[in-house]
Design a protein around this ligand. Sequence first.
Ligand code: GDP
Length: 454
Amino acid sequence: MDTIVAISTAKGNSGIGIIRMSGEESFDIIKKIFKPRSKEVNIKPNTINYGHIADRDEIIDEVLVSFFKSPKSFTTENMCEINSHGGIIIMDKILKLCLKNGARIAEPGEFTKRAFLNGRIDLSQAEAIIDIINAKTEKEAKASIKQLSGYLSNRLHEIKKNIMDVLVDIEASIDYPEYDIENVTNNKILEVMKEVEKQLKLLRSTFNNGKIIKDGIKIAIIGKPNAGKSSLLNAILKEDRAIVTEYEGTTRDTIEEFIQIDGIPIKIIDTAGIRDTENYVEKIGINKSKEAANEADLIIVIIDSSKELSNEDKEILRSMNDKKSLILLNKTDLEAKVEEKDIENIIKEKKILKISALNMEGIEKIYSEISNMYKFNEIEIDDSLTITNNRHKDAIENMISNVEKVEKAIESKMPIDIVTINITDILSEMGKITGESVSEDIINEIFKKFCLGK
Ligand code: GDP
């Protein structure tokens, strides 16, 4: 494969930056551009060498270069990593020099893709790397590191081994029909399938928590204009020192903010910005809030308790009947015109909290209520494996349904060929997780999600 190069650290000014190169010619290229202090490049695998990157006589930067010799490298190819200073200009110059000397720029995720294609890691481990890089919380990072370490791959390997044994037995019963081993085989297949089913169901059951760990909870704050939505959001963001990231929401009119509660990512869909849009009152208003509410797992309804309940408040409250929601009586620093019982007259069995967004009072209560609602404290990444990836969950479900087909086929005494087909279907679903039987399109789709240089 050709030799690829990319800047692997984030672009921006930083202490150091890493330019990574992988492929057959990496060492030849580095020899042309690296001037070690020891005069001559001595490529000893797994060593770090001090020197300069130079374009003939022009010194570009003082660097450290590490060499990894095939097959003992991340991609299994010859690799070098140039640790330069972290300035954009310098790193770009080094990158261009590598390109000039025969490397080509790597596509996003191409290093990891090579690690996968060369058999160094399986697809679930490659996906774990994206998840580690993008992890928003410690719990998510922990689950992903387990996956990268091969927890999922090993579990699947064990299951595969048992299934392969069954296939060998079936083969034998076909090859030696004179021995009446069919019954024995059938019993053994059933026994193995029951165990496989149990294991797979256990894996599937971890996804409930896995999904929360990865995607967290989506919350929408809704309420009539001036109820205090923006003030609440500000209070939450000020209180929470661990804001992870902030980016434009999927819709033009909403912003999404991230916070963490007990290590679980919470995405807050902020509809407060909506009113800045023209025609808010007539056109967007309540509709937008409803849209946000539909998207959310949990809705926080905020009521201005210093004013009598308006029709708009009542309508919003009534629309919460079949939704998971939390009701806040805001502005408790002012004289109260609305009490809990007024809310209970409209909607029952909702948790109601009193807060003052302006004075940042009651914010902690909101956090602990959310944590209780979803039992965040019980979601721990311990020694067990947690499935966090939708694609893996789907494949596991398909595997389970194929296992059930095998069991049914045996119980209804179907011909052994049918049983064999269903068994091989289990393996091919498993291959979608490990990457052994997955289409190129899906592989490309997965690696597209990577950042440059990874
Ligand atoms: P939004 O339209 O729902 O986003 O409401 P804002 O957050 O912009 O708040 C509307 C007005 O109510 C602003 O003047 C806030 O300062 C005020 N406000 C918000 N929360 C409180 C509170 O807890 N107490 C008091 N006294 N005023 C508040």
